[in-house]
Design a protein around this ligand. Sequence first.
Ligand code: ADP
Ligand code: ILO
Length: 348
Amino acid sequence: MAKTQEYPMSIEDSSSLLAKHLTKEIFEKLRDKRTVNDYTLAQAINSGVQNPDSGTGVYAGDEQSYEMFAPLFDPIIYEYHGHSKEDKHQSDLNPANLKAPNPDKEGKYILSTRIRVARNIQGLPLGPAIDKAKRENIEQDISNILCRSRGELAGTYYSLSNMSEADRLSLITDHFLFKAGDRFLQAAGLNQDWPSGRGIFHNTDKTFLVWINEEDQLRIISMQNGGDIQEVFTRLASAIDMLSSQVKFAYSDHLGYITSCPTNLGTAMRASVHIRLPNLSDNTQELEAIAKIYHLQIRGIHGEHSSSEDGVYDISNKRRLGITEVQCVQDMHDGVVALIKREQELAR
Ligand code: ADP
Ligand code: ILO
């Protein structure tokens, strides 16, 4: 694992939030600290040091990392989410408060909608600092709970350890499963003992899915074809409700749901559409300007750090902390309405 004893000069060429906020003074102040789970600054920054193209570049090993390494994490959290030390987080998962009619009723632009939240279990180390036995216990406990779900949420758990290569690759190609060997996660220590303890639960229609022990212990996902954002959110809210009644998730009044990557703190929610925007893809400056107004993030269609194909983008909310889940989805919905409007104008 990471052995950064000296200030990592190589980050000076990087445009990550790590490079921007890790001053030599902060490095000296934090370099010898260890959390209760023995997590160090060297581990927290290794992903950004090894991957200079990181946007953020830091990971927490446990809830205490956010306090112990606050001189580094706080400015990163402030710059990403606009959430300062005194601010409190708030939650609202009530679908009745969301105003998100389908922005594309004729099905011309939106291919699919997906909303996910990350969750980690209270009192356990996060993925970068957990050991094999604890990770496998989580897999056992959570998959048992999931396999007892009923109705629309009922389904089957598939452990990566027993999955055929063909099944694994087809789940990835169809956007249901995480990839193996992500270099950002690798350097953060999140791929240790791979594939043990990892897997995916899904219902028959693959509209409700849970990833176990990827970047976070749980990624709870609701997705379906088309642009019915309201239906996707409603299903997700009921799945979160079912799991939260049986598992205590790590949460703080200031940071909301605790996640290994600070970009996911708060709601830990990413609400996205895969959307075809051929005209805006020829005007990327305009696409980016609209994204900025509505707090949207633009990704390629094979996940983060992938590129767009045939004018199809993954458009999602960027802010996650200090705003509610309803507001996250509202950001995405309102931004998508604006993008479709502009796409139609350009097509004329
Ligand atoms: P995250 O789980 O943080 O949202 P990724 O960006 O890596 O992470 O996406 C995970 C997978 O989900 C990828 O295969 C991606 O293509 C897929 N995905 C994301 N949004 C959608 C969507 N709206 N429709 C279908 N698949 C999606
Ligand atoms: N560590 C990567 C990814 C940051 C945000 N995304 C996720 C999946 N956490 C980076 O800094 O670019």
